[in-house]
Design a protein around this ligand. Sequence first.
Ligand code: ADP
Ligand code: MG
Length: 598
Amino acid sequence: MLQISEPGQSKKTRPVIGIDLGTTNSLVAISSDGKTVRYFTDEQGRVTIPSVVHYGEVVSVGYDVPKVRGIDTVRSVKRLMGRAADDADVLAYLTRTGMAVDTESEGIVRLLLGGKWRTPVEVSADILRYLKTRAEAGLGEPVFDAVITVPAYFNDAARQATKDAARLAGLNVLRLVNEPTAAALAYGLDKQAEGTFMIYDLGGGTFDVSILKLTDGVFQVLATGGDAVLGGDDIDAAIAEALGEEDLPARIQAARVLKEKLTTADVAEVYPFTLTRAQLEQAAMPYIRRTLLIAEEVLEDSGISADELSGIVLVGGSTRMPLVRRKVAEAFGREPLVDIDPDKVVAHGAALQAAALGGQGRADMLLLDVTPLSLGLETMGGLVEKIIPRNTPIPITRAQEFTTFKDGQTGMDIHVLQGERETVETCRSLARFRLSGIPPLVAGQARVMVMFSVDADGILTVRALEQTTGTEQSVQVKPSYGLDEAEMIEMLKSSITNARADVTERMVREARLELERALEAAQAAFNADKTLLSLDDQQRLLADMATAKQALTLSVPDEIKQAMETLEDAFRTFAELRVQEALKKAVVGKKIQDVANG
Ligand code: ADP
Ligand code: MG
């Protein structure tokens, strides 16, 4: 296609918008020159839109959602994208939100909203439709094309689900871009950054970390990692737990406001709660520590040492917390970069990539991404042969030859798996199909070429080709919401097989985190007020803490929980003592009318 344009005149092209479709907040932006970015705001000038949808008389999104939220309101739906109904993370989400899910729907998550069963794809489509409308209002013309960002850790199913949501919203996705990559784009193009960067993205619902190499506008992702269910929400829940016994949703809402206030304040109040910066940091610490562990692992994966990094880019609302900035700086020995607003940096990069793909940005900009997990095939004995290893730059096509193991064998089952471990049971099943019509030959004579292709969006297609006859079968791997419902359900069923162990694993991890937090709180309380206790009692509590610490190595969730309860019991009397003491001090330090007014 030829573009006719006069030199110096701006050519009229279709606008391409950049969308950060976040778990907690979403943004839409555009760049008409590939350099500057315009964010579309609402009438009140707000840039970020809460990713919340309410299904009432009408569908409302973001700030338009009624204040009183009921069962017809859904948030953080991104956590459910591309997941099966009894996936461990989905179960955790449902427990947390108390949402009703359709158990009859054969593995696909359907939530009861506004009297209808709706999939996460439909809900995301409603958010995207809202963003599209906002952009159209700002531009005064219709918008059809978009670049949408996704977490680096999103698998094929979640990527495909995101594209389907866009299609439902009337948007054509020119490219899915990993969020950390978009952040690097924002820095790379705006600031002409060169070198190797760590992108540390802690949002409301997800944690992502990537190591990217930038040279002359070429972005190579050296390694990615993260946790799809770790973020500010967890910190809110931890604070809420410490706030007492009142209504949980109210406590969580207060927790979030308190947390955000404590970015600049040392003490914050949201009636009837008060929280100090130190208390916040104590509640948040286990989660921040976990992000640092993941970040260190990913850095190691990339083969780069901390002092070889040119910079660390902070992304996501939760990186506004001073604790995060301090701990990241401590862990990697440098102050992180915060030049571009961490809330906007992903949308900023998406808008620049949109401009480039729409012909208005730098044409020489090349985007190289990697596969987050290894992709392979089942071979004899239930083992997995890796075809495309983790961290391979995409797009990529790799082929491997296989043969028949029985005389006269005319068919071959192709089982596609994703994961790092060696056996079929420990990897995630992505797809199964059968290549039939192989000519009956002596074992070992047929030559079957299996080709794996991952496109620029991270979506996998597998082809199997018998080379002597040219018999071919192929499948685009879309474990859910695909065009072929039956195939999709089959895949979901097989992916559910591993979910049970994952549920246990997750429960163990969560129980450990809780115990860790309880231990930290116990230790802090002990350090602060041990003088309230006799030496004997001090010894006893120290022994109780040591016992609880040992329970951190257990792998049965109930046993860990038991240990935590034992620890809490042991500390109960001490805690009561501390409260009495604190009350005494507070009363002594205040004038009479202060006490009377509360
Ligand atoms: P996501 O990418 O998951 O949509 P965001 O990057 O928008 O998330 O981050 C949202 C999270 O950032 C929420 O947990 C929110 O409470 C947190 N957040 C926003 N502002 C602050 C702040 N000033 N201090 C601490 N956390 C904040
Ligand atoms: Mg984000």
